[in-house]
Design a protein around this ligand. Structure first.
Ligand SMILES: *Cc1c(COP(=O)(O)O)cnc(C)c1O
Length: 485
């Protein structure tokens, strides 16, 4: 199946190559020339793994043996066989995406990506090893490490800003096992680490990496279609759960509210709809970094504003890369997309034509929620629905409430839950009650006792695990670090 760049439909590759390349050579993102069709009713009757194989297989048909890859990716790694359970809270249905090995929603995609990459490599007869290089502000790093650990033919190296991630996130990364993993702190902030990684890529392009002919650089970033495709599955899974519970009948439309950063998660929902799932509105929830709220309301995307550090850090983002794919899908115009992206780069903003703005508004609704509101929501949801949610999920819940209040839409609403409350124990605990001063690991235990909820295994054992990657380097030493791997 052919994929082409969002900025030029002459630049095209098959789906296996799209996964291997990540980004198109002109800087665009790969999109399928035509979306595949699947048998939706048959799909909805399958278990989650079979659903995943069917959906990912339809999106990436040039990668063979999808059932085997799916089983290798997920079997035994999630807390439940159904991978992404839903909880009927009596108000909204919560779709729990955080039951994977690192308690983050990114596990769903990052367990699968290594399987897709290595299979695509085999398919293309590629001999070199792949080196995955990632700068992380917390969640992506650990999920990528866990996904790629001990995968043959791939190495992974993660840089994080020293002092810039939570104690739990640091512990998750520095205790990572596996003979192909490297983790290192960088003296600087996330931008420094990110810039360092970009510079290493530039060095590789110029042939300045000694291992350049043995190693191919790649990233675990969400612009890769191999990360997006696995995320479509859980929309089907949630719909199937509502069917099984008798809350809907086949064909009824269901709304989804998605805590959004890079626009990958919500775009997967839009793709589910295009594959035939009866999806109503897709509600895009942002935190105080409400670029997308403004865009969906006005048609102008404007990144010229300060980045706020919030209690939902995985959504602190000013440029949502995957929005570019939606602009292409809804306009079908690569030249328009290329021009808009150029303008974003040079001027810091763009405005879409009215027709495109309207096409977006037909399928999406947007809102945002600041930290104070998110805290209040955590408390209200716990008091009224007896459901404990994290700060990102609370953002989604609050915006879902706004949506229902402002539109009166009474269709069933599924709120996507993107992180375990135990990944952000300080913020969650302080939303519920005044807790004594203590470190993050004690906060986890306190939260568990106080709410009667269970700490996920991967987080509860962290404090006792051996620290394996304790290095800290200057930001200009990152290239040397990679060359010594
Ligand atoms: C990455 C992430 C998000 C945002 O998802 P996008 O696909 O980037 O929109 C939301 N919540 C959590 C916890 C995340 O890790």
């Amino acid at each position: 199946m052919l994929y082409h760049s969002t900025r030029n439909n002459q630049i095209s590759v098959d789906s296996a190559q799209a996964v291997l390349s990540g980004l198109a050579p002109d800087g665009g993102l790969y999109v399928p020339a035509a979306l595949p069709q699947i048998d939706v009713e048959a799909c909805l009757q399958e278990n989650t793994m079979a659903m995943a194989a069917r959906i990912i297989g339809a999106m990436l048909p040039d990668i063979p043996n999808m059932e085997t890859l799916v089983s290798r990716a997920y079997q035994g790694k999630f807390q439940t066989e159904e991978l992404t359970p839903t909880v009927d809270t009596g108000k909204f249905t919560v779709l729990e995406l955080f039951r994977g090995p690192t308690s983050a929603f990114k596990d769903v995609a990052l367990c699968m990506l290594p399987q897709l990459l290595t299979a695509a490599k085999r398919e293309k007869g590629m001999q070199e090893d792949i080196l995955i290089l990632t700068a992380t502000s917390g969640d992506t790093g650990k999920a990528a490490l866990a996904g790629f650990a001990d995968v043959e033919g791939v190495k992974i190296c993660v840089f994080y800003p020293q002092g810039g991630v939570s104690a739990v996130q640091r512990a998750q990364m520095v205790t990572q096992e596996g003979n192909n993993v490297a983790v290192c702190a960088v003296e600087g902030n996330f931008d420094d680490a990110q810039t360092g990684v970009k510079n290493i890529f530039a060095s590789a392009v110029e042939g300045r990496l000694p291992a350049g002919n043995r190693l191919r650089l790649s990233t675990a970033n969400s612009i890769n279609i191999g990360r997006l495709a696995p995320q479509i599955t859980y929309y089907f899974k949630a719909y199937a759960d509502l069917l099984r519970r008798g809350q809907i009948t086949m064909g009824d439309k269901v709304n989804f509210c998605v805590p959004t950063g890079n626009f990958g998660d919500i775009l997967a929902g839009w793709l589910a709809k295009r594959l035939g799932l009866p999806v109503g509105k897709l509600v895009c929830a942002s935190n105080a970094n409400n670029v997308l709220t403004d865009f969906i309301e006005t048609g102008t995307y404007d990144r010229r504003r300060p980045l706020h550090k919030t209690a939902s850090p995985s959504m602190d983002i000013l440029v949502s890369s995957n929005l570019e794919r939606l602009l292409y899908f809804l306009s079908g115009d690569t030249e328009l997309v290329a021009n808009l992206m150029k303008q974003l780069n040079t001027d810091g903003f763009y405005t879409v034509p009215d027709s495109l703005k309207q096409a977006i508004a037909e399928e999406f609704w947007a809102g945002y929620c600041d930290d104070a509101k998110a805290k209040e929501t955590i408390k209200n949801v716990f008091d009224n629905q007896h459901y404990l949610c994290d700060t990102h999920t609370a953002t989604g819940w609050a915006v879902a409430e706004d949506y229902v209040n402002q539109t009166g839409d009474t269709r069933p609403m599924v709120v996507l839950s993107t992180a375990s409350p135990y990944k952000f124990p300080a913020a969650v605990l302080s939303s519920l009650e005044e807790a004594p001063e203590m470190d993050e690991f004690d906060q986890m235990e306190y939260l568990s006792k106080s709410t009667g909820t269970v700490i996920p295994n991967n987080l509860s054992g962290l404090r006792e695990k051996e620290e394996r990657h304790t290095g800290v380097i200057a930001k200009d030493a990152m290239l040397d670090f990679v060359m010594a791997l």
